[in-house]
Design a protein around this ligand. Structure first.
Ligand code: ARG
Length: 475
């Protein structure tokens, strides 16, 4: 069924119908469409556009449909064009042609924009809940390894030793930013397009501020053309989801590397790994690999929507029907991906001894020699040169920095006394990095406790929003 046709002599060609049909994907909007129909009914009634009796009939039918959509009793038919037409058919099946009264002062243009915003608000809040659980798992894991020293890397080469918790916890900081992006996004996107009509608003005496309030929005979109044509809220949400995807991909890559035989630091729990159909010895990090691989689609979905939006003229154009699948795909894949990544992180065990043994390798304490000389008043460039000379001597003799003789140290720099060896002691070197954001166990402990505070606040925010939104949906 289509919602138009009065001016046409013939029905549309099947191929055109197939092209324009969207109900097979936009059916996901059904609960939001019904909820916004309830809000619209109230506005129509309050402003005397429909009678109290008709409003009651509409309300009853919409509420029945809400139940039937939920339990699958009412579903789209092949002849339904989109979610809006399918649900109008549902209304008419219940109360006859009176069901069409709900269309007054409303167009599918403002309707779809409203439904889509509600869908995204609901799912971005859900996403924040999943991110918080992931963050919790990361923080817990970090806490276990505060006192464990590991090599820190730059360029994938040993750089400087660190508390291993520092390495783990950095992922939680990225997620804190992601959640703050969702909060900002919500503040900017929580405005209602309903009442904008096709593009110019309605000549019926309606009060869209009321339906906005009824739907939990902070207000109405200020310009009715912008209300039906703007999809910044979807593009921004896709950017946030792509960024989350990139963060997950970086976790994925680290877990792949650290669980490889060459590293042998991470033991992924059996429940979060898979086997090989041909090589019985294999334990593969598929969760980590999918976390890495799915980033591709999150980025693709963002660039796909941006390309649809580029050059879009005036108000609504049918191009905008192409906005939804990108968003559904990112939302559904992230909600699929985050729980197993959380499980993998919560159950991974790291080999403390192996990490500690690896920590000083690759002359990762060479910066300590340079810093020691700087403390003696030597300019850093000269100190860097001397530390480099020490590394060179070690490489030639196949020894570690602390094994250089007193004379060799003096040869590298006259101010390089044997006391430098205390700076080359692993634990001491890591402990020395005392700034608030640095890699010593003491600093990392403070950072973790700050993360816990942020987590508590985010959890309170997310559950409040969850409650607010589901309260609105169940009215
Ligand atoms: N299915 C359409 C979409 O997703 C609904 C709006 C259609 N509006 C129109 N004027 N044909 O964009």
């Amino acid at each position: 069924m289509t919602l138009w046709g009065g001016r046409f002599n013939s029905g549309i060609d099947d191929a055109v119908f197939n092209l324009s049909r969207s109900v097979h994907f936009d059916w996901r909007l059904a609960p939001y469409d019904l909820r916004s129909s309830l809000a619209h009914t109230e506005v129509l009634e309050k402003n005397g556009i429909i009678t109290v009796d008709l409003a009651a009939q509409l309300r009853k039918a919409i509420k029945q449909l809400q139940v039937e959509v939920k339990n699958g009793f009412f579903a789209p038919l092949p002849e339904d064009e989109d979610v809006h037409s399918a649900l109008e058919r549902g209304l008419k099946e219940k109360i006859g042609d009176l069901g069409g009264a709900i269309r007054a002062g409303r167009s599918r243009n403002d309707q779809v924009a409203t439904d889509f915003r509600l869908y995204l608000i609901d799912h971005m809040i859900e996403l924040s809940g999943e991110l918080i659980k992931l963050e919790e798992a990361i923080i817990k894991l970090a806490q276990e390894y505060v006192e464990d020293i590991a090599p820190g890397f730059t360029h994938l080469q040993h750089a400087q030793p660190i508390s291993f918790a520092h390495e783990i916890a950095k992922h939680a900081h990225a997620l804190v930013r992601d959640i703050s992006r969702i909060k900002d996004w919500l503040a900017r996107s929580n405005f209602s397009p309903l009442g904008a009509g096709a593009l110019a608003g309605s000549s019926l005496p309606l009060t869209p501020e009321e339906s906005a309030k009824n739907l939990g929005f902070a207000g109405i979109v200020a310009n009715s053309i912008d209300a039906v044509s703007d999809r910044d809220f979807a593009a921004e949400a896709l950017f946030i989801m792509a960024t989350i995807g990139i963060h997950l991909s970086r976790i994925g890559e680290e877990w792949c590397l650290l669980s490889s035989t060459e590293f042998g630091w991470a033991e992924i729990d059996d429940a979060f790994a898979t086997g090989s159909s041909i090589m019985p010895q294999k334990k593969n990090p598929d969760v980590a690999e999918l976390a890495r691989g799915k980033a591709g689609r999150f980025i693709g979905n963002l660039t796909g929507l941006l390309a649809v939006l580029k050059g879009m003229p005036f108000a609504y154009n049918r191009d905008l029907q192409e906005d939804k699948e990108y968003v559904f795909d990112s939302v559904e894949n992230l909600l699929l991906l985050i729980p197993p990544v959380t499980g993998m992180i919560a159950t991974t065990k790291f080999n403390r001894a192996k990490m500690k043994t690896a920590a000083p390798l690759g002359f990762s304490l060479a910066t300590e020699i340079a810093d020691y000389l700087v403390k003696q008043g030597v300019p850093f460039s000269e100190a860097h040169e001397a530390a480099g000379a020490c590394v060179k001597m070690c490489e030639v003799r196949g020894i570690a920095l602390h094994e250089l003789s007193d004379q060799e140290l003096l040869n590298a720099h006259p101010k390089l006394n044997p006391s430098v060896r205390s700076a080359l002691e692993l634990e001491g070197a890591v402990k020395g990095r005392t700034a608030k954001n640095s890699a010593s166990p003491a600093s990392v402990k403070i950072q973790i406790s700050n993360l816990e505070d942020a987590l508590k606040k985010d959890l309170a925010w997310s559950s409040n929003e969850r409650e607010r939104f589901s309260g609105m949906m169940s009215q």
